[in-house]
Design a protein around this ligand. Structure first.
Ligand code: NAD
Length: 351
């Protein structure tokens, strides 16, 4: 093995652990040393895939050839497993949400400091092309001054029927999907203070944990951001909707169907009113085609393998880690604020 090669072990080979297993196969210089999962059936699955199976977590940690671990267990187990791995001399990547509270996260950060081991979180949706495209539109001011951003994911099947429905395992949609969408927004609005948070959560299909939420985030520059996760939505609203003084950008779905529509030329004169059954309106009449420009989205391409490439370079000290712990901590605090606002039915000051 060349000096550049690294070995990773996966703890928890469920749905996501297996996604990582396949991704790792495609990354140059990274080899899967093996997996550990408490479930016999998942161990058997790993053997079928010709992957080495450790008999215990301790055995995995004792393997000196392993440089770093990926923790992909239910959310409540990230903390004890990550801390134990760092103490055993391994660098650690935790699945999201990193853990269940800011206090727990602090213990993990302390363990990273004490052991000098790299610790980061798989915030993979930073590589979503829909997000990167909207971030470009925002940063390059393609719509003029942006005053509102809406980011949503909608499904209609409730929460998947496993540990995600239980509070003690860190279930619920704020922790599951909120962590991605809030992380994306804080990156998009980088450098701008988030002043106020107002949120509501839903319990349509589950009383134990939230099965959706809506939060309104008011930033210091006046931009309002709506973030919403719904699991009882049989008709989806667009994934992204961004309003600027000169135009609107929309991304409808995961396939990046969307466009930018902006004002062109002079404001229309002689607007033809829309006649409705009970009245008429000029204000809400559609634009004439010659007064608007429709442009394609400036799609930003990405490669999710860059997540692991960055982790490996950061371990070698060749590159700064992309998913930084202060960012992870800010998102965790924001998720706690979302819950606090929903519980108190109040606007909460954030920064
Ligand atoms: P899952 O239930 O499919 O898999 C979890 C696995 O962990 C199971 O196989 C289980 O047997 C195993 N496990 C439980 N306790 C263990 C222990 N003590 N030691 C070793 N293995 C143990 O769940 P999932 O959907 O794969 O989610 C796992 C993690 O990945 C969660 O934190 C989840 O939030 C995250 N996730 C992230 C994304 C993403 O896009 N980043 C997507 C899905 C899930």
């Amino acid at each position: 093995m060349s000096q550049q090669e690294m070995k990773i072990a996966i703890v928890g080979l469920g749905g996501m652990g297996d996604w990582h297993r396949q991704l790792i196969e495609s990354i140059d210089g990274l080899t899967l040393a093996g997996i550990y999962d408490i479930k016999e059936e998942r161990q058997e699955y790993a053997r079928e895939k010709k992957v080495h199976v450790y008999n215990s977590f301790e055995e995995l940690l004792a393997d000196e050839s392993v440089d770093f671990c990926l923790i992909a267990t239910p959310n409540d187990l990230h903390k004890p497993l990550a801390i134990a791995a760092m103490k055993a001399g391994k660098h650690v990547v935790s699945e999201k949400p990193v853990t269940l509270s800011s206090a727990d996260l602090q213990e993990m950060i302390d363990a990273s400091k004490e052991t000098g081991k790299l610790f980061t979180v798989h915030q993979n949706r930073r590589w979503d092309e829909d997000f990167l495209t909207m971030k470009k539109i925002y940063k390059e001011n393609l719509l003029g001054d942006v005053f509102r951003i809406e980011s949503r994911v909608h499904g209609s099947r409730g929460i998947p029927g496993d540990w995600r429905q239980e509070k003690e395992h860190g279930g619920g949609m704020v922790l599951d999907w909120g962590v991605h969408l809030l992380d994306q927004i804080l990156l998009m609005m980088e450098g701008i203070k988030l002043k106020k948070v107002y949120s509501t959560v839903t319990h349509i299909t589950n009383q134990l944990v939230d099965d959706g939420f809506t939060t309104s985030l008011l930033f210091e520059n006046g931009t309002e951001v709506i973030v919403e996760v719904g699991t009882s939505n049989f008709v989806n609203l667009p994934r992204w909707y961004m309003l600027g003084a000169n135009g609107t950008a929309i991304i409808e779905d995961w396939n990046l169907k969307g466009e930018i529509v902006s004002a062109k030329g002079q404001n229309e004169k002689d607007v033809v009113p829309v006649i409705t059954a009970a009245g008429l309106t000029k204000t809400m009449a559609p634009r004439r085609d010659d007064t608007i420009a429709k442009t394609e989205l400036p799609i930003v391409k990405s490669d999710i393998r860059d997540f692991y490439r960055n982790v490996m370079k950061a371990i070698r000290g060749e590159e700064e880690i992309i998913v930084k712990l202060p960012e992870v901590a800010r998102v965790m605090r924001l998720m706690e604020t979302v819950f606090e606002s929903a519980e108190k039915k109040q606007v909460i000051d954030f920064e």
